[in-house]
Design a protein around this ligand. Structure first.
Ligand code: PLP
Length: 392
């Protein structure tokens, strides 16, 4: 089918919830994808940070196909080896307690909200359930995680939303302290606001919030759905902020393309969710966990993570060299980068990149967001820069 044929049928049969690019992708290899007309693109989006080890990566493909031939799914009433292995790798890599598997970022965050509220309820009873999140954050699209998201534009149409969320200014400790009153049980934040514009939080602010949470027995929830699984040059971004969260959520890059999310709790709160209090049919399926294990065995290596940081620095340097003033600044860590340009020029720049065969994302008002596969090669980076040289 051509793009035009697909587009026509999509408009007939698929709910029109996405502003899609005018491209239909057919297949990929490494950091490249090809559309249905066989045009080649270097992909600096990796499916919004999902295809962390690139396309058609042999270890991932064989882990998935072997597991598919062995056992695709079984209910959570039974144990499977891939599931236990994923949990063990995650927990032992960063000194946490236990994991609950979900199927997406929003679901992982829902689990974190439930865990934090029950922790507080078990210990202090009713009335201590508010969760402080940050303005300009993004935590998902369910009714609860929309309300957790600190942007007014997400709080429309779908009333009534879940109660019990208040929003503090990022990098403003006093505001967090003020918003976290006696009704609060947790503080939840992204360390680099992704959808909000690739905005890294200040290290001192994050550390101060962590100490404040400890003092008041508030659980610190770090949403690593976008920053996790090697994206910023460490397995989790919090490891570079010198904090130890109570709850970490993850999804996007964990399965390298298959849908999997997870809530990871510290030892102090890893037994709050008990039989009957939380569950999901698909979470922790052997297929998705086999994929996650393949991803983790590639990504969770010191040399690999170090290279993520180096490749990020390399992209920054190269882009600034060709920019001629079009690029005002580049924010972010590792391979999560926000290339800041004029708000009015951004749409044109993004579509010019596409024309030249380079896929990019946007975030916030003025960022061109880059989330390439973590396995992108220096050759692929050089080729992408060469293709967009004229654009900038
Ligand atoms: C993408 C994202 C989510 C939502 O994840 P879904 O898998 O789309 O539900 C939540 N938090 C952050 C920080 C994200 O980037």
């Amino acid at each position: 089918m051509t793009y035009q044929d697909l587009k026509q049928e999509e408009q007939t049969y698929v709910m029109q919830t996405y502003g899609r690019f005018a491209v239909a992708i057919d297949h990929g290899e490494g950091s490249k994808v090809w559309d249905v007309e066989n045009k080649e693109y270097i992909d600096l989006t990796s499916g919004i940070g999902v295809c962390s080890v690139g396309y058609a990566r042999e270890e991932l493909v064989s882990a998935i196909s072997e597991q598919a031939g062995k056992l695709l799914h079984i209910s959570n009433l039974f144990l499977t080896e891939p599931m236990v292995q994923t949990a063990k790798t995650l927990v032992t890599s960063c000194d946490m307690g236990k994991v609950f598997f979900a199927n997406s970022g929003a679901e992982a965050n829902e689990g974190a909200v439930k865990l934090a509220r029950k922790y507080s309820y078990d210990k202090y009873g009713e009335g201590r359930s508010t969760i402080v999140t940050l303005k300009n954050s993004f935590h998902g699209r369910t009714i609860t995680t929309l309300k957790a998201t600190g942007q007014d534009k997400f709080h429309q149409f779908f009333f009534p939303f879940t109660e019990g969320f208040v929003y503090a200014e990022a990098n403003n400790l006093e505001d967090v302290k003020q918003k976290a009153d006696a009704s609060a049980c947790a503080v939840m934040m992204e360390l680099i606001q992704g959808e909000g514009g690739v905005l890294p939080l200040d290290k001192a602010f994050v550390q101060d919030v962590a100490s404040f949470c400890k003092e008041h027995d508030l659980l610190l929830i770090i949403d690593e759905v976008q920053t996790g699984i090697g994206r910023t040059g460490s397995l989790f971004c919090f490891q570079q902020y010198g904090i130890q969260p109570d709850i970490v959520t993850m999804a996007k890059g964990l399965g390298g393309g298959v849908p999997i999310g997870a809530v990871m709790a510290a030892k102090t709160c890893d037994s709050v969710l008990t039989p009957g209090t939380h569950a999901t049919t698909f979470g922790g399926s052997p297929l998705c966990c086999a994929a996650a294990n393949a991803v983790l065995s590639i990504v969770n290596q010191p040399d690999f993570l170090h290279e993520v940081t180096e490749k990020g620095e390399y992209i920054k340097k190269k882009l600034l060299e060709i920019s001629h003033g079009t690029i005002k600044n580049i924010r972010g860590m590792g391979l999560m980068l926000g290339v800041i340009v004029d708000e009015e020029k951004r749409a044109e720049l993004v579509s010019a990149c596409m024309d030249k065969g380079v896929l990019v994302l946007t975030a916030g008002k003025d960022a061109i967001r880059l989330l390439p596969p973590l396995t992108i090669t220096y050759e692929e980076i050089d080729e992408a820069i060469e293709r967009v040289r004229e654009v900038f």
